[in-house]
Design a protein around this ligand. Sequence first.
Ligand code: ADE
Length: 229
Amino acid sequence: MKIDILTLFPEMFTGVFGSSMLGRAQANGLLEIHTHNIRDYADNKHRKTDDYPFGGGAGMVMMAQPIFDCMEAVQGDAPAHRILLTPRGQLLTAKRAQELAKEERLILLCGHYEGVDERVNTIIDEELSIGDYVLTGGELPAMVLVDCLSRFIPGVLGSEESVLDESHADGLLEYPQYTRPADFRGMIVPEILQNGHHAKIQKWRHEQALLKTKQMRPILLGHFGKFQK
Ligand code: ADE
């Protein structure tokens, strides 16, 4: 998958995608990530990328011109799914990340200031938010999105890791996990996990996942079963 990121702050991405799983995925050719500075496409003398909002109000608005030119230059003639990261977007979920992982090419646009000129929406396919809170810009959300969807690209996770057993994979939060020793400072690993009976362990894990979800995020139980594998 190829991912282009359009941003006013490309330096924020330095080093982020180079290490760990995403570094390995790029080295293996599974993922190709490029950042592009929107400011390089501003056609005014001072390379300004924002201006006051029509109608007044606080803050500045990102101008359409540098974004259009940047998008057109980066996209070229190849099709791409174009996403604007904004607190106004649809909430990112594991299900959506899994779907996006199937795209051949993504272009991510990081919003800033008080927002982006509404006309930019004519060159955007989807608006995504990573949560119901406002960050200073779309750069961190773009990093979250890339990290989250990359894990669904076949080959990105090592064979010992799995996206099937983790929180949100089946609409539930993950069951408790333990590793050795079985007795740590008097805290004992549940007997059922130590006796090795596969079916009983599966049943226990499912019950624990339901319990955890009910305690922590009961609203998720409404979605349980609707998740597409
Ligand atoms: N930009 C600022 N806040 C954001 C959020 N919560 N999600 C996506 N983009 C954003």
